[in-house]
Ligand binder design. Structure first.
Ligand code: ZN
Length: 154
């Protein structure tokens, strides 16, 4: 049987390591240019706007729903247990777009501009940033592996 956590575990490299170390501590980091001040995500060696040096800074963890889709047909067996699920683009308050998922009580209530805040999905020894509507109850995001078990039991 396929190990969901192992399959979903992001591959960390020299460039993304600070990002994944921060998410393990429930912090969302973005790169910021030391020359022009632009924020960027995903990480790059240099600023994509002016080629200036960049540094990691903590994000406010706030954003707005830019676009999304609901997936009804899994592209891999690992995702079958999640169906249907959303994939979303979140416009961070700092500017960059981040591909993520929206964890909401009713995913049908998603709408463009919905205000969101980051939360984290623990998967094995890493945490993946996901987003919740700003008014949603706080607390750790639902563990995707537990969610799978719950849906199997339902
Ligand atoms: Zn720059």
């Amino acid at each position: 049987m396929l190990n969901t956590a192992a399959f979903l575990r992001p591959t960390s490299d020299e460039l993304s390591q600070p990002f994944w170390e921060a998410t393990a501590n429930r912090k969302l980091m973005l790169q910021r240019c030391q020359v022009c001040g632009a924020f960027q995500f995903p990480p790059h060696e240099r600023c994509r706007r002016c080629l200036g040096f960049v540094t990691w800074v903590e994000s406010a963890g706030r954003g707005a729903l830019y676009s999304w889709t609901v997936v009804y047909r899994a592209t891999h067996e690992v995702f079958k247990e999640w169906l249907p699920y959303n994939l979303a683009l979140v416009r961070m308050s700092e500017g960059p777009l981040m591909c993520s998922r929206i964890v909401a009580d009713n995913e049908l209530d998603l709408r463009e501009g919905l205000e969101l805040r980051v939360d984290f999905w623990p998967i094995g020894d890493v945490s993946i940033p996901v987003f919740k509507p700003l008014g949603a109850a706080s607390g750790a995001a639902e563990n995707p592996e537990e969610a799978i078990t719950e849906r199997r039991d339902a």
